[in-house]
Design a binder for this molecule. Sequence first.
Ligand SMILES: O=c1ccn([C@@H]2O[C@H](COP(=O)(O)O)[C@@H](O)[C@H]2O)c(=O)[nH]1
Length: 279
Amino acid sequence: MTGPEPFGTRLRRAMDTRGPLCVGIDPHASLLHAWGLDDDVAGLERFSRTVVEALADRAAVLKPQAAFYERFGSRGVAVLEQTVAEARAAGALVVMDAKRGDIGSTMDAYAAAFLHPDSPLFSDALTVSPYLGFGALDPAVEAATAAGAGLFVLALTSNPEGSEVQRAVRADGSTVAATVLRHLAERNAGAAPLGSFGAVVGATLGDLSAFDLAVNGPLLAPGIGAQGARPADLPAVFGPAVRNVVPSVSRGVLRHGPGVGGLRDSAARFADEVRAAVA
Ligand SMILES: O=c1ccn([C@@H]2O[C@H](COP(=O)(O)O)[C@@H](O)[C@H]2O)c(=O)[nH]1
Protein backbone atom coordinates (compact mmCIF):
# COMPACT_ATOMS: atom_id res chain seq x y z
CA MET A 1 0.00 0.00 0.00
CA THR A 2 1.43 3.39 -0.91
CA GLY A 3 0.59 6.74 0.59
CA PRO A 4 2.33 9.85 1.80
CA GLU A 5 5.58 9.26 3.63
CA PRO A 6 4.75 9.22 7.35
CA PHE A 7 5.73 12.19 9.52
CA GLY A 8 7.81 9.97 11.80
CA THR A 9 9.93 8.82 8.87
CA ARG A 10 10.38 12.37 7.59
CA LEU A 11 11.21 13.64 11.06
CA ARG A 12 13.80 10.95 11.71
CA ARG A 13 15.51 11.79 8.42
CA ALA A 14 15.49 15.51 9.24
CA MET A 15 16.89 14.83 12.73
CA ASP A 16 19.65 12.65 11.27
CA THR A 17 20.65 15.14 8.59
CA ARG A 18 20.05 18.52 10.26
CA GLY A 19 20.24 17.59 13.94
CA PRO A 20 17.15 17.39 16.15
CA LEU A 21 16.77 21.05 17.19
CA CYS A 22 13.38 22.73 16.87
CA VAL A 23 13.25 26.50 16.89
CA GLY A 24 9.98 28.08 17.96
CA ILE A 25 8.63 31.15 16.17
CA ASP A 26 7.07 33.12 19.02
CA PRO A 27 6.55 36.75 18.02
CA HIS A 28 6.11 38.20 21.51
CA ALA A 29 5.36 41.94 21.52
CA SER A 30 8.54 42.42 23.57
CA LEU A 31 10.63 40.64 20.91
CA LEU A 32 9.09 42.70 18.10
CA HIS A 33 10.06 45.84 20.00
CA ALA A 34 13.55 44.50 20.72
CA TRP A 35 13.95 43.89 16.98
CA GLY A 36 12.95 47.49 16.24
CA LEU A 37 9.57 46.42 14.85
CA ASP A 38 6.10 47.65 15.66
CA ASP A 39 3.74 45.30 17.42
CA ASP A 40 1.45 45.10 14.41
CA VAL A 41 0.83 42.87 11.41
CA ALA A 42 3.70 44.35 9.42
CA GLY A 43 6.06 43.70 12.36
CA LEU A 44 4.70 40.16 12.69
CA GLU A 45 5.34 39.50 9.01
CA ARG A 46 8.88 40.92 9.04
CA PHE A 47 9.74 38.95 12.19
CA SER A 48 8.39 35.69 10.79
CA ARG A 49 10.03 36.12 7.38
CA THR A 50 13.38 36.82 9.06
CA VAL A 51 13.22 33.66 11.18
CA VAL A 52 12.26 31.59 8.15
CA GLU A 53 15.03 33.12 6.05
CA ALA A 54 17.57 32.46 8.82
CA LEU A 55 16.62 28.95 9.83
CA ALA A 56 14.24 27.09 7.52
CA ASP A 57 17.09 25.78 5.37
CA ARG A 58 18.97 24.33 8.36
CA ALA A 59 16.73 23.58 11.36
CA ALA A 60 14.98 20.23 11.34
CA VAL A 61 11.81 21.76 12.75
CA LEU A 62 10.27 25.21 13.04
CA LYS A 63 7.39 25.61 15.46
CA PRO A 64 5.20 28.68 15.03
CA GLN A 65 3.16 29.48 18.12
CA ALA A 66 -0.35 30.14 16.75
CA ALA A 67 -1.39 32.38 19.65
CA PHE A 68 1.01 35.13 18.63
CA TYR A 69 -0.60 35.25 15.17
CA GLU A 70 -4.21 34.84 16.27
CA ARG A 71 -3.91 37.92 18.48
CA PHE A 72 -3.98 39.99 15.25
CA GLY A 73 -7.14 38.30 13.93
CA SER A 74 -7.54 37.25 10.32
CA ARG A 75 -4.56 39.30 9.13
CA GLY A 76 -2.34 37.60 11.70
CA VAL A 77 -3.61 34.21 10.60
CA ALA A 78 -2.77 35.14 7.00
CA VAL A 79 0.82 35.79 8.14
CA LEU A 80 0.79 32.41 9.87
CA GLU A 81 -0.33 30.73 6.63
CA GLN A 82 2.47 32.42 4.73
CA THR A 83 5.02 31.51 7.43
CA VAL A 84 4.06 27.85 7.33
CA ALA A 85 4.18 27.71 3.53
CA GLU A 86 7.54 29.49 3.28
CA ALA A 87 9.15 27.42 6.03
CA ARG A 88 8.01 24.17 4.42
CA ALA A 89 9.09 25.31 0.97
CA ALA A 90 12.57 26.04 2.37
CA GLY A 91 12.87 22.52 3.76
CA ALA A 92 11.90 22.71 7.43
CA LEU A 93 9.25 20.53 8.98
CA VAL A 94 6.61 22.72 10.58
CA VAL A 95 5.01 21.82 13.88
CA MET A 96 2.02 24.06 14.46
CA ASP A 97 1.88 24.79 18.18
CA ALA A 98 -1.85 25.40 18.57
CA LYS A 99 -2.63 22.86 21.33
CA ARG A 100 -6.05 21.98 20.00
CA GLY A 101 -8.33 19.51 21.76
CA ASP A 102 -12.13 19.07 21.80
CA ILE A 103 -14.92 16.53 21.49
CA GLY A 104 -14.41 14.24 18.51
CA SER A 105 -16.82 15.98 16.13
CA THR A 106 -15.09 19.33 16.66
CA MET A 107 -11.67 17.70 16.63
CA ASP A 108 -12.58 16.66 13.11
CA ALA A 109 -12.77 20.35 12.14
CA TYR A 110 -9.46 21.15 13.85
CA ALA A 111 -7.93 18.28 11.90
CA ALA A 112 -9.37 19.73 8.68
CA ALA A 113 -7.82 23.09 9.53
CA PHE A 114 -4.30 21.89 10.28
CA LEU A 115 -3.89 18.36 8.95
CA HIS A 116 -5.69 18.36 5.60
CA PRO A 117 -3.22 18.95 2.75
CA ASP A 118 -5.62 21.38 1.02
CA SER A 119 -5.84 23.65 4.07
CA PRO A 120 -3.82 26.88 3.97
CA LEU A 121 -2.62 26.06 7.50
CA PHE A 122 -1.56 22.50 6.67
CA SER A 123 1.41 21.64 8.84
CA ASP A 124 3.67 18.63 9.19
CA ALA A 125 2.43 18.16 12.74
CA LEU A 126 0.11 19.75 15.28
CA THR A 127 0.28 19.99 19.07
CA VAL A 128 -2.91 18.68 20.70
CA SER A 129 -4.35 18.42 24.18
CA PRO A 130 -5.64 15.02 25.39
CA TYR A 131 -7.67 16.35 28.32
CA LEU A 132 -11.03 15.60 26.72
CA GLY A 133 -9.87 11.98 26.59
CA PHE A 134 -7.27 10.49 24.28
CA GLY A 135 -9.97 8.87 22.15
CA ALA A 136 -11.41 12.30 21.35
CA LEU A 137 -8.22 12.88 19.35
CA ASP A 138 -9.03 10.00 16.97
CA PRO A 139 -10.15 12.31 14.11
CA ALA A 140 -6.78 14.04 14.28
CA VAL A 141 -4.95 10.70 14.40
CA GLU A 142 -6.85 9.57 11.31
CA ALA A 143 -6.34 12.83 9.40
CA ALA A 144 -2.64 12.90 10.26
CA THR A 145 -2.20 9.31 9.14
CA ALA A 146 -3.94 9.98 5.82
CA ALA A 147 -1.85 13.10 5.16
CA GLY A 148 1.55 11.79 6.32
CA ALA A 149 1.43 14.30 9.17
CA GLY A 150 1.91 13.87 12.91
CA LEU A 151 0.70 14.94 16.33
CA PHE A 152 2.42 15.98 19.52
CA VAL A 153 0.18 15.22 22.47
CA LEU A 154 0.66 17.13 25.73
CA ALA A 155 1.91 14.59 28.26
CA LEU A 156 4.26 16.29 30.75
CA THR A 157 4.38 19.99 29.97
CA SER A 158 7.32 22.21 30.83
CA ASN A 159 5.40 24.54 33.17
CA PRO A 160 5.24 23.84 36.92
CA GLU A 161 1.42 24.08 36.99
CA GLY A 162 1.05 21.08 34.68
CA SER A 163 1.82 18.48 37.31
CA GLU A 164 -1.49 18.89 39.22
CA VAL A 165 -3.30 17.45 36.21
CA GLN A 166 -0.64 15.37 34.49
CA ARG A 167 0.68 13.58 37.59
CA ALA A 168 -2.77 13.01 39.07
CA VAL A 169 -3.31 9.34 39.87
CA ARG A 170 -6.21 7.52 38.24
CA ALA A 171 -8.40 4.84 39.80
CA ASP A 172 -6.16 2.10 38.37
CA GLY A 173 -3.08 3.64 40.03
CA SER A 174 -1.50 5.02 36.86
CA THR A 175 -0.93 8.73 36.33
CA VAL A 176 -2.71 10.75 33.67
CA ALA A 177 0.62 11.37 31.90
CA ALA A 178 1.50 7.67 31.92
CA THR A 179 -1.89 6.94 30.37
CA VAL A 180 -1.24 9.47 27.59
CA LEU A 181 2.18 7.90 26.97
CA ARG A 182 0.65 4.41 26.86
CA HIS A 183 -1.91 5.51 24.26
CA LEU A 184 0.91 6.96 22.17
CA ALA A 185 2.92 3.75 22.36
CA GLU A 186 -0.15 1.86 21.13
CA ARG A 187 -0.64 4.26 18.19
CA ASN A 188 3.05 3.95 17.22
CA ALA A 189 3.32 0.17 17.56
CA GLY A 190 5.23 -1.35 14.67
CA ALA A 191 6.16 1.98 13.07
CA ALA A 192 9.72 2.27 11.79
CA PRO A 193 12.03 4.11 12.00
CA LEU A 194 9.83 6.30 14.23
CA GLY A 195 6.12 6.65 14.84
CA SER A 196 4.30 9.82 13.88
CA PHE A 197 2.54 10.37 17.20
CA GLY A 198 4.75 12.15 19.67
CA ALA A 199 4.52 13.49 23.18
CA VAL A 200 5.27 16.94 24.54
CA VAL A 201 7.59 16.41 27.50
CA GLY A 202 9.26 19.44 29.03
CA ALA A 203 13.03 19.60 29.25
CA THR A 204 12.57 21.43 32.56
CA LEU A 205 11.21 18.50 34.54
CA GLY A 206 14.25 16.75 35.95
CA ASP A 207 14.44 13.00 36.28
CA LEU A 208 11.50 11.36 34.46
CA SER A 209 12.54 7.77 35.05
CA ALA A 210 9.15 7.13 36.71
CA PHE A 211 7.58 7.45 33.25
CA ASP A 212 7.91 5.08 30.34
CA LEU A 213 9.00 7.43 27.57
CA ALA A 214 9.59 4.58 25.11
CA VAL A 215 6.56 5.45 22.96
CA ASN A 216 8.34 4.73 19.64
CA GLY A 217 7.61 8.31 18.69
CA PRO A 218 9.24 11.70 18.98
CA LEU A 219 9.38 13.64 22.24
CA LEU A 220 9.05 17.38 21.70
CA ALA A 221 10.96 18.97 24.57
CA PRO A 222 10.23 22.67 25.12
CA GLY A 223 11.71 24.63 27.98
CA ILE A 224 15.27 25.09 26.79
CA GLY A 225 16.60 28.62 27.06
CA ALA A 226 14.17 31.12 28.57
CA GLN A 227 12.49 28.56 30.85
CA GLY A 228 15.81 27.49 32.30
CA ALA A 229 16.57 24.06 30.86
CA ARG A 230 19.85 23.49 29.01
CA PRO A 231 20.77 20.99 26.31
CA ALA A 232 23.17 19.39 28.81
CA ASP A 233 20.13 18.43 30.94
CA LEU A 234 18.60 16.24 28.24
CA PRO A 235 20.27 12.90 29.04
CA ALA A 236 19.36 13.11 32.74
CA VAL A 237 15.76 14.06 31.97
CA PHE A 238 15.07 11.61 29.14
CA GLY A 239 17.42 8.67 29.76
CA PRO A 240 17.55 6.22 26.87
CA ALA A 241 14.65 8.00 25.13
CA VAL A 242 16.94 10.96 24.46
CA ARG A 243 17.54 9.62 20.96
CA ASN A 244 13.96 10.52 20.05
CA VAL A 245 13.98 13.96 21.66
CA VAL A 246 13.35 17.09 19.60
CA PRO A 247 14.65 19.85 21.90
CA SER A 248 12.76 23.09 21.38
CA VAL A 249 13.90 26.64 22.02
CA SER A 250 12.10 29.85 21.11
CA ARG A 251 13.09 33.04 22.97
CA GLY A 252 16.59 31.67 23.61
CA VAL A 253 17.27 31.94 19.87
CA LEU A 254 14.89 34.74 18.91
CA ARG A 255 16.46 37.24 21.30
CA HIS A 256 19.56 37.14 19.05
CA GLY A 257 17.67 38.80 16.15
CA PRO A 258 16.93 40.82 14.15
CA GLY A 259 20.02 39.88 12.15
CA VAL A 260 19.86 36.62 10.22
CA GLY A 261 23.46 35.92 11.28
CA GLY A 262 22.69 36.30 14.99
CA LEU A 263 19.76 33.90 14.75
CA ARG A 264 21.83 31.37 12.82
CA ASP A 265 24.74 31.58 15.25
CA SER A 266 22.49 31.14 18.26
CA ALA A 267 20.65 28.17 16.75
CA ALA A 268 24.00 26.63 15.78
CA ARG A 269 25.26 27.01 19.36
CA PHE A 270 22.17 25.28 20.75
CA ALA A 271 22.50 22.58 18.09
CA ASP A 272 26.16 22.01 19.03
CA GLU A 273 25.26 21.78 22.71
CA VAL A 274 22.51 19.29 21.93
CA ARG A 275 24.90 17.21 19.81
CA ALA A 276 27.51 17.20 22.57
CA ALA A 277 24.94 16.26 25.22
CA VAL A 278 23.27 13.49 23.26
CA ALA A 279 26.43 11.97 21.74
O1 LIG B 1 4.97 22.14 27.67
C1 LIG B 1 5.06 23.05 26.86
C2 LIG B 1 4.41 23.03 25.65
C3 LIG B 1 4.60 24.06 24.77
N1 LIG B 1 5.40 25.09 25.07
C4 LIG B 1 5.56 26.16 24.04
O2 LIG B 1 6.92 26.20 23.62
C5 LIG B 1 7.34 27.54 23.50
C6 LIG B 1 8.43 27.82 24.51
O3 LIG B 1 8.98 29.11 24.30
P1 LIG B 1 10.33 29.58 25.04
O4 LIG B 1 10.47 30.99 24.60
O5 LIG B 1 11.46 28.70 24.54
O6 LIG B 1 10.09 29.46 26.49
C7 LIG B 1 6.10 28.42 23.68
O7 LIG B 1 5.51 28.63 22.43
C8 LIG B 1 5.20 27.56 24.54
O8 LIG B 1 3.83 27.82 24.34
C9 LIG B 1 6.05 25.13 26.26
O9 LIG B 1 6.80 26.05 26.58
N2 LIG B 1 5.86 24.09 27.13
